[in-house]
Design a protein around this ligand. Structure first.
Ligand code: MN
Length: 397
């Protein structure tokens, strides 16, 4: 597929206005523009899949006890409700044990529970569990995005990659094989990290399926992660050195957003300078504006490439918002800044997949780090759906 800058949507996303002929039952026009869009968009969303979920619940979970007034409530919790009940897959998506069935779903969630690449705090081996647990709080509908994931796409949670705790290299091979399998199936991979060392095997798993086409990377982080080794191994400070050593993952298409503070090691900065990665600090992004920053990030990542991977390290947010991470650093993004950034990226062009890394539940007060990790994934999926990039089958039809 030949990609061209001129095809992507202008900043602000493609759906800030309602389609022609779109009307709403709203009885006044005192809404702000975003709220007006949101309220009208909800009216147009179907409830087909929700009705199917209720019917399935009553069948599999038995109709509720006689005293239950709402006859849509089953005896056994099945599906979304109540949010505190049920089995913790991501967004309560069905657990699909047979990974050969990945291709039957639009989106496949897989965990990469590994913290053998951490150089300070560990605990990201519990990241997938933590993200899945708090994701139960979320429904499939976003008000501002005007999207209901349940009505638009199918999501499977295939569980976790069998990582090898004491062996980074074997773990990399396992993750590459897993991501390659999911990507090749046609499903959109969502990888729950894991520390950031997994960025190398995940992008390798995608890159080997592009038929020689090039892969760009949009990387949110406070840290450059571009040095060759750390503590004598390929730790979580090194993924982009090795990814950009792959023949079809050019360093010129690696854009690194939010870099700064006292933890970006000088060897990695040197590598980035020599290889020509693009770095944007938090101040750069805030002062040029998030829309301009997103536009530049898209231009860099998509320049001559065939696919783009989104790698999101939760520590790109200010340490106040992400206590549960390996290397917290003050001065990072505010949640609303980074969510806006993500929305603009996912609205503009399709993505090859996303990973959210460095969520460490043992340090995560009140699950707020896992909460932002969940939110980044949901906003990415919501914007991909809103813009018509997901499901892929519809987008390519
Ligand atoms: Mn980081």
């Amino acid at each position: 597929m030949g990609h061209n800058h001129s095809h992507h949507h202008p900043p602000g996303g493609p759906r800030r206005h309602l389609p022609d002929g779109f009307s709403t039952d709203a009885s006044h026009d005192n809404y702000g523009p975003e709220a007006a869009y949101a309220v009208a968009a909800e009216e147009a969303l179907p409830t087909t899949k929700w009705e199917e979920e209720i019917a399935r619940g009553l069948e599999y979970g038995l109709p509720g006890a006689d005293s239950i007034v709402d006859k849509r409530i089953p005896t056994f919790s099945r599906g979304e409700l109540p949010h505190f009940a049920g089995i913790n897959t991501f967004l309560k998506a069905p657990y699909v044990e047979d990974v050969r069935r990945c291709g039957e779903y639009d989106v496949v969630v897989l965990g990469a529970p590994f913290d053998g690449g951490t150089t300070y705090r560990s605990g990201t081996r519990f990241g997938p569990q933590g993200i899945r647990k708090i994701s139960a709080l979320y429904g499939p509908y976003s008000f501002e995005l005007g999207v209901d994931l349940r009505e638009s796409i199918t999501i499977a949670d295939v569980g976790d990659v069998f990582t090898i705790p004491a062996n980074i290299e074997k773990t990399f091979d396992q993750i590459t094989k897993a991501v390659s399998h999911v990507y090749a199936s046609g499903a959109f991979p969502v990888v729950l990290g894991g520390d950031h060392s997994i960025g190398y095997p995940t992008t390798k798993g995608v890159a080997e399926n592009l038929g020689g086409g090039k892969l760009g990377i949009i990387h949110f982080d406070r840290h450059v992660d571009t040095q060759e080794t750390d503590l004598d191994e390929r730790m979580h400070t090194t993924p982009w050195f090795h990814a950009t050593d792959l023949p079809n993952v050019p360093a010129e298409n690696l854009v690194q957003i939010g870099i700064g503070g006292w933890q970006a090691p000088r060897p990695g900065v040197k590598v980035g300078r020599e290889r020509g990665t693009t770095i944007m600090t938090v101040t750069d992004c805030v002062e040029m504006g998030i829309e301009a920053a997103a536009e530049r990030a898209l231009e860099v990542a998509w320049n001559g490439t065939d696919a783009v991977w989104l790698s999101f390290d939760v520590d790109c947010l200010d340490a106040a918002f992400v206590p549960g991470t390996g290397w917290p650093e003050p001065g990072g993004f505010l949640p609303r800044e980074v969510l806006k950034f993500i929305q603009l990226i996912a609205d503009a062009r399709p993505l090859a997949g996303i990973e959210v890394v460095e969520c460490s539940p043992p340090y995560d007060n009140a699950e707020i780090t896992a909460l932002i990790a969940t939110r980044v994934i949901c906003d990415t999926l919501g914007c991909l759906v809103r813009a018509g990039h997901l499901p892929k089958r519809a987008a390519s039809a």
